[in-house]
Every structure is written in structure tokens, then in C-alpha cells.
Design a protein. Sequence first.
Length: 309
Amino acid sequence: MTGQHPQVLAGRYEIRELIGRGGMAEVHLGYDTRLSRIIAVKLLRSDIAGDPTFQARFRREATSAAALNHPSIVAVYDSGEEQLTGPDGSVSTVPYIVMEYVEGHTVRELLGEGEAVPIPEAVEIVTGVLDALEYSHRAGIVHRDIKPGNIMLTSTGAVKVMDFGIARAVEDSAATVTQTHAVVGTAQYLSPEQARGEVVDSRSDLYSAGCLLYELLTGQPPFVGDSAVAIAYQHVREIPRPPSSVAADVPEALDRVVLKSLAKSRDDRYEDAAHMRTDLLAAARGDEQGDDEGPHPPARGALVLVLLL
């Protein structure tokens, strides 16, 4: 046993040391004895493994991520469920996902000291994220939780987006939010429509990518506050300061890209990841971009409960 988990899954996946822990899962280093390779194994946490809601989310992650085959997305190799018999004889089900093992560190670790990263590096990271989002959006999958902790940088500098645990197909995003009146996401990177409990689409991911770019350029997210609700309110109602007002070395061209991605109305943002990437790379080169009329005033709307997972 490893804690509450079996030592071997499906007769082939050895479970080794814990290497990460999130809101609903633990990630262990693993070894695939059949293919003789190092893997990562994500297991639903034992304290919530019996909850049907978390089981459904976990299965959805496996289904969503397994459908995506892109160099900027952490690959899913296999998934399943293992029956575990406890000391009292009770039987429980442990869902698991077998993934590509990525050797490196997260962007959250990179930003751990609250310092901005060099502009070329910031652009490279966000470009990699936009590559992944362009691919997943074309496949009809919205990530919904783009943030520094969900982006890996490999030892060779490649960008890998991970954790599709709250990703949803575009067609069923609206139903879930309106039924629960709760938002799943992380406050600092939450789009206004997520905070209001509205329909979530690909442009919501672009807003979160804009928050990520802002933090990489300045060392801080666009909005900070004493609570998740206070931060979510700012996403809905407040206009962010231009990055150049926080970090003087940020050029005006990058200000425009960031502020367009952070527009309150989705119609004022980039229409897709490809257009945002084009403008981002042009701004980094110092090229002139298209002239925009600027974002519209924030739309009024009720702020719903923010659920951080």
C-alpha cells in the first residue's frame, strides 16, 4: 500500500513516491512494468474517492485529456479503476489516470518569489499555452482552469499544459454552471463570466491566459484581494492597471495584448487563441498591431459563489 492506495494498478503500474497533490487528486511517480517506462499516476484522493461528483469529474478529466494529442499538453496513456479492500473488509473504488511523466517545474514555482520573468520568456510560455488551447478548443474542449500551477516547463524548456480535471466540452459547460450556481476555478485567473456563473467558452480560457501573461510580465496577478470573492468581484467590475504601470520595461504593444485579453466582455477579447498568439508575437517583435476601439464598460451581473478546487 501507498497510504490508502494499492501498490500496483491493473497488474502493471507500480505506484511510487508522491510528487504532487491538488484539490481532488494526488500524483505519484510510477513505473509501467509492461512498457518499462517512468510514468505519472493520478489517483483520486482517498477521502473523496466515494463521492460520485468527484468520481464523475475525475472520469471526465481522463476522457477529455485522452482525446488530446498535442506536444504542449501532458499526454494521458491510460485510465481505470482499482478495487481496494480495506482492513475492515469494505471494498472501495480507486479511480486512476496514467499520464506522461514531465520532468521539470511549474510556472507557479517559477513565479514563487513574486518576481517577473524576462519578457522573451513570458512570451514563450504564453505562446506554448496558446498553442495548447488552440488545439483543445478545436477539439471542443475548454480547460477552465488555466493558471501557473497547471503549466509545466520541462527540463528542455518546453511548455506543457496539464490538469483537465474541470475541463468540459463546450456544449455542456453552460448547463453545469447554471444548475449549480457555483464556479469552479481559481480566483486570480477567473474570467468575469465564470465569476457570474454564465456560459463558459474558449474566450474564457483566453482571459485566464491574459491573467497568466500579466503575472509573468509584472510578478503579480492583475487583481489581488483578501478573499476569493473580493478578487472575483474585481474580475467582474474593475479595469486592471496596464502591466507597464507595474513593470516599466513592458512595452505599450504588450499592454494592448494583455488588456484586450482581459476585456470584461468576451466580444471585446480575441476571438481565438491563434489571433491572440499572432498579436502577442507581433508585440514581442515590436510590430504594429491592429487598432482596436478599446474594451467596453464592465457588464453588470450578479456575482455567484466562487468554489475554489
